[in-house]
Design a protein around this ligand. Structure first.
Ligand SMILES: Cc1cc2nc3c(=O)[nH]c(=O)nc-3n(C[C@H](O)[C@H](O)[C@H](O)COP(=O)(O)OP(=O)(O)OC[C@H]3O[C@@H](n4cnc5c(N)ncnc54)[C@H](O)[C@@H]3O)c2cc1C
Ligand code: SF4
Length: 565
């Protein structure tokens, strides 16, 4: 193992970290990271593989729809359908698409939908539970899994190649000083390190910048996905029904749509994805989601039901043209950290697993050849011509058309383009550009009509705080704030007068507030960060117009505790 050069990150005077050596270190225990770990052990049980996961357990931070295209699972664990332990049992029975207006909507005939949008043969369930299943499989194969540990630092060797990660120190107080419970982080050194942190991963973001992995690519685009799980009246439950909509409550120049899946046990999953290139700073993704549930064609499903869970998470939307260079000396990006989400299908878990397997195969070959800390060029070279590339290439113009031409024309043209791509391998548009980053799309307050949202009724619609309560979010209170402001004066000095400080509205967990000494007169505004409410969605890191907020990992184990999201 080559020498590892480490930075002193913590503000306290501390002893050196202990180090453990592995063949492969994996950051993130989602579908990408766990598929990579399993594939490595399938190829060679002697490989030493470790997975670090910031959630308190595998699955605790996983939030997804989820309708799963089984292509990834079929390749990873071909016998999963017969495996009684696999939580994915329910196949999609019916697929419906709606275009909604304020008081009604039309169902789009299924024959109009491009075949790749068809959910026939897909499974509906909980991705968190699928990850728990994959975690158990990985452990049975000898993978070491450390939940409750956040990777906070990329380790480099003397050549600058990535050589593993360090986990964060635990037991540091608000001022950065050690408490009685102080425990030093660990160095997990690997010949290769795979970053599977999901959308807008904090270390992945640093690596993309430091290795210029985004050069020559379109900017990554994002959406915020919000989700609730309801137990509904059994008479309204149709197991396996999968329903999507677009249109109301969003204006035509705002991209997004809903999903509504009937899973097992009289449960219905309802969610809303809102594209983060929205322009109106008074828009609130959380309140648009709440409003959606009140639509006359939707609200009856929830009448007499009970909301069980809530959460939110960013998704990547840039697709084919935004995927960065994946491999760099000593490591690679996999899953949504690389941006392998298929936006019109609202599916990424299959590509997350496939990319994890492909990176694992490249790493296994390199290890067998006695290599270490170099670039996994096979992985880099393979994805565009493989199944992930085939999945993303056909839909590459949907998001740019939607952004440029609005919901009605953009989505229709996107549909035509998907049909042509599927049937003839042709496109009318080449490969369209995405244009601006999501942080650059807001208009000043003076140029928009403010959106006013109805008050929650506490029955179908709710406020942020009662929602966060259902995410079981918990952080150690006495720790440094993990939401870092590069310039603390910007929220009140710039964002408030120009945009009304949009963090108050785009944060789905009520973390950011502007409070006034005198609320009525709006004097002496102060920006407050309730970091303990953070559900780790990463939206603030993406959407802040000044790019002043950096999401960093809090103490390991903190954050939401999603049961079956
Ligand atoms: C609302 C919504 C609906 C969706 N619907 C669907 C759907 O129906 N079908 C579908 O296929 N896909 C869907 N997706 C997308 C799907 O969830 C993702 O594509 C998939 O989860 C990506 O897997 P991943 O392993 O790359 O990342 P993730 O699932 O995000 O997992 C990353 C893991 O890494 C951990 N982590 C991150 N950083 C660190 C760190 N520094 N240290 C330690 N651990 C870390 C996180 O806690 C997390 O457990 C949806 C997503 C959303 C948000
Ligand atoms: S603080 Fe940021 S990452 Fe946390 S919930 Fe709010 S927007 Fe999401």
């Amino acid at each position: 193992m080559s020498q590892v050069v480490t930075e002193q990150r913590s503000e306290v005077e501390i002893e050196p970290r202990e180090a453990m050596d592995y063949d492969v270190v994996i950051v993130g225990g989602g579908p990408a990271g766990l598929a990579a770990a399993i594939r490595l052990k399938q190829i060679n049980p002697e490989f030493s593989v470790v997975v670090v996961e910031k959630g308190s357990e595998i699955g605790a931070h996983i939030l997804s729809g989820v309708v799963i295209d089984p292509i990834g699972l079929d390749r990873l664990l071909p016998g999963w359908r017969e495996d009684g332990d696999c939580p994915l049992k329910l196949q999609v029975t019916e697929d419906r698409f709606y275009l909604l207006g304020p008081s009604g909507g039309v169902r789009l005939p299924n024959f109009l939908m491009p075949p790749l949008m068809n959910n026939h043969g897909n499974y509906v369930g909980s991705l968190a539970n699928v990850c728990r299943y994959l975690g158990a499989k990985a452990e049975a194969l000898g993978v070491e899994i450390y939940p409750g540990f956040a990777a906070t630092e990329v380790l480099k060797d003397e050549t600058g190649a990535v050589a593993g990660v360090a986990t964060g120190d635990m037991g540091v107080n608000r001022e950065g000083k050690p408490k009685d419970s102080f425990t030093r982080g660990m160095e997990l050194r690997g010949k290769y390190t795979l970053f599977a942190e999901g959308a807008r991963g904090s270390l992945s973001k640093q690596l993309i910048a430091s290795h210029k992995l985004h050069e020559g690519r379109e900017p990554q685009k994002y959406g915020i996905g919000l989700k609730e799980i309801w137990r509904v009246d059994p008479s309204k439950h149709q197991p396996g029904l999968v329903q999507h909509s677009f249109g109301w409550p969003l204006a035509s120049d705002t991209g997004g749509g809903s999903f509504l899946y009937h899973i097992e046990d009289n449960q219905v999953v309802v969610g809303f994805v809102l594209h983060l290139n929205y322009k109106n700073p008074t828009l609130s993704p959380f309140d648009e989601f709440q409003r959606f549930k009140t639509h006359p064609m939707i609200r009856d499903i929830f009448a007499g039901g009970k909301r069980l869970a809530y959460g939110a998470r960013a998704i990547t939307e840039g697709g084919w043209q935004s995927v960065p260079k994946l491999a760099f000396p000593g490591g690679a990006l996999i899953g949504c950290a690389a941006g392998f989400m298929n936006v019109p299908r609202i599916k990424g878990s299959h590509n997350a697993m496939l990319s994890g397997m492909e990176a694992a195969e490249a790493a296994a070959k390199a290890l067998a050849d006695g290599r270490a800390h170099d670039e996994l060029s096979d992985y880099e070279a393979g994805w565009r011509s493989g199944p992930i590339g085939a999945d993303l290439k056909k839909v590459r113009n949907v998001k740019p058309l939607w952004s440029k031409l609005g919901t009605f024309i953009g989505v229709s043209l996107g549909g035509v383009d998907m049909w042509l791509n599927t049937l003839l391998g042709l496109t009318l548009f080449g490969t369209l550009k995405h244009g601006k980053k999501d942080c650059d799309t807001l208009k000043p307050l003076s140029k928009v009509t403010p959106i006013v949202y109805p008050k929650p009724d506490g029955v179908i619609t709710f406020d942020r705080l009662s929602s966060v309560f259902l995410s079981n979010t918990n952080h150690e209170e006495d720790q440094p704030c993990h939401l870092k402001l590069a310039d603390p004066s910007i929220p009140i000095g710039k964002n408030l007068p120009e945009y009304g400080e949009p963090a108050r509205l785009y944060c789905p967990a009520g973390v950011y507030e502007v409070v006034y000494a005198n609320e009525a007169l709006r004097t002496d505004p102060r920006f407050v960060i309730n970091a303990q409410n953070c559900v780790h969605c990463k939206t603030c890191d993406i959407k802040d117009p000044a790019q002043n907020i950096t999401w960093t990992t809090p103490e390991g184990g903190g954050g939401p505790n999603y049961p079956n999201m």
